[in-house]
Design a protein around this ligand. Structure first.
Ligand SMILES: Cc1ncc(COP(=O)(O)O)c(C=O)c1O
Length: 421
């Protein structure tokens, strides 16, 4: 047989006209996004050399620097070698779900039946990818006959905006300024907007401001989600890093609604959490999605196409960590020490306040980009300009512009001189 005559073996060649391309619609949406905050930071500091006689101090990334608990290493070591050879199921393992369920009940005082241990909990490789996917899950083609909206606090975690835009929704930003207690004013949302809302992201404690939504606020958000038929995605990944009192959670609010006689269980609610901050285990990439079984079911379907899942030994380690609160208390103690030190140095300056939760300082320095360049050049301290977390208003103003975000993750020994009086 002549090879070239066999159509199965013929090769069609295309002229090479440039680099690889992606689909036009994805391309258009991707192109509409701002660069990721760390990409913008690298560009801002590209021509600034950090002071040479000091080791640079990275206070830009919210990566916990406390040692992860030994429990993590022990649990990983105890996992059977054969488990590394197995594909993990999308829904994780029963012990993993039971450990998450146990923690939720303990932490938020929930009755065992409130969150369905089998149909209401999914493992996630950290909250980040799950927070991205929820926009794909929640966004229909049209809502109320119009392009769906995804409501996002402003400032915000960049993933929310990317997820909303790539899902084909319009990201709509809700100001969360000092005047609104650093949380979006839910009463300010117009009914016409709520009617086309497919998804609302809320973060409590919030990144970057460290504001905590109280129970009444969360109840209002859930009530809106039910009244207008949208998904409420509560990003609670800082829930265990708190100063004076444990922040209430979405499930606590849903339970309280139930007790008021207005409850529908976990309807419309999805809660996202992970071990990245709670157990200083960002590298484990282990989190969960929990809530409304009617949402968890399609989420499981979505994830069975889109996700590789957590390795079985990682799920076993995660189960051990969710089962233990002692290491978390120690973690909080270390963060409080740092906030104490920051307070001693910064009280009365730069609008300093003790964040109710999380480990970020949100400091008002006048011009966030200029301060970021100065801190890097003169002190070797890397922070992020507040404007990289905020979307500008149509008039060009940007509420984050006067701020910097300082990720107070470093160990106290490396406490930076520039913030000392
Ligand atoms: C507000 C917020 N949500 C989600 C995440 C994602 O964290 P992870 O995927 O490690 O759970 C982060 C990480 O810094 C964050 O700041």
């Amino acid at each position: 047989m002549e090879l070239a005559a066999d159509p199965r073996l013929s090769v069609t060649t295309h002229p090479v006209v440039g680099g690889p391309t992606v689909g036009p619609s994805l391309n258009g949406r991707l192109g509409g996004l701002s660069d990721y905050p760390f990409t913008r930071l690298a560009a801002l500091l590209a021509d600034v050399a950090p002071r040479s006689n000091t080791t640079p101090l990275m206070l830009s990334i919210g990566e916990p620097q406390h040692e992860p608990p030994t429990l993590l290493a022990q649990a990983l070591a105890a996992a059977p070698l054969a488990d590394w050879g197995k594909y993990p199921p999308t829904i994780g393992t029963a012990p993993f779900r039971a450990a998450v369920h146990g923690w939720l009940c303990r932490r938020y005082g929930l009755p065992a039946s409130f969150v369905d241990v089998d149909k209401g909990i999914l493992p996630a490789t950290g909250t980040r990818e799950a927070l991205f996917q929820v926009a794909l899950l929640a966004t229909p083609q049209r809502k109320d006959g119009r392009q769906p909206a995804v409501l996002i606090p402003n400032p915000f975690y960049a993933v929310y905006e990317g997820a909303a835009a790539l899902a084909g929704a319009e990201p709509v930003f809700m100001p969360a300024t000092r005047e609104t207690g650093f949380l979006p004013d839910l009463d300010a949302l117009a009914p016409e907007l709520l009617a086309r809302t497919a998804l609302m992201y809320l973060c409590t404690p919030s990144n970057p401001q460290g504001a905590v939504a109280d129970l009444a606020y969360l109840k209002k958000a859930i009530t809106l989600a039910r009244a207008y038929g949208f998904v409420l995605a509560l990003d609670e990944c800082y829930a265990e890093i708190w100063d004076k009192a444990p922040p209430p959670g979405g499930f606590e609010a849903a339970l309280s609604l139930e007790n008021d006689g207005a409850g529908q269980g976990t309807a419309n609610l999805l809660v996202f959490n992970s071990l990245s901050k709670r157990s200083s285990a960002a590298g484990l990439r282990s989190g969960f999605i929990a809530g409304d079984p009617a949402l968890i079911q399609p989420f499981t379907r979505l994830r069975s196409y889109a996700l590789a899942g957590n390795a079985l030994p990682a799920l076993a380690a995660a189960a051990a960590l969710w089962g233990d609160d002692v290491h978390v208390e120690e973690n909080r103690r270390l963060y409080r020490q740092k906030i104490d030190a920051a307070e001693a140095a910064l009280k009365g300056r730069y609008g300093f306040y003790r964040p109710a939760g999380g480990f970020f300082l949100w400091l008002e320095v006048g011009d966030g980009e200029a301060a970021t360049r100065k801190l890097w050049g003169e002190a070797g301290v890397r922070v992020l300009p507040g404007a990289y977390f905020t979307r500008s208003e149509p008039d060009g103003s940007n509420a984050g512009r006067p701020f910097i975000r300082v990720a107070w993750c470093t160990t106290l020994k490396r406490w930076p001189a520039p913030v000392r009086r």
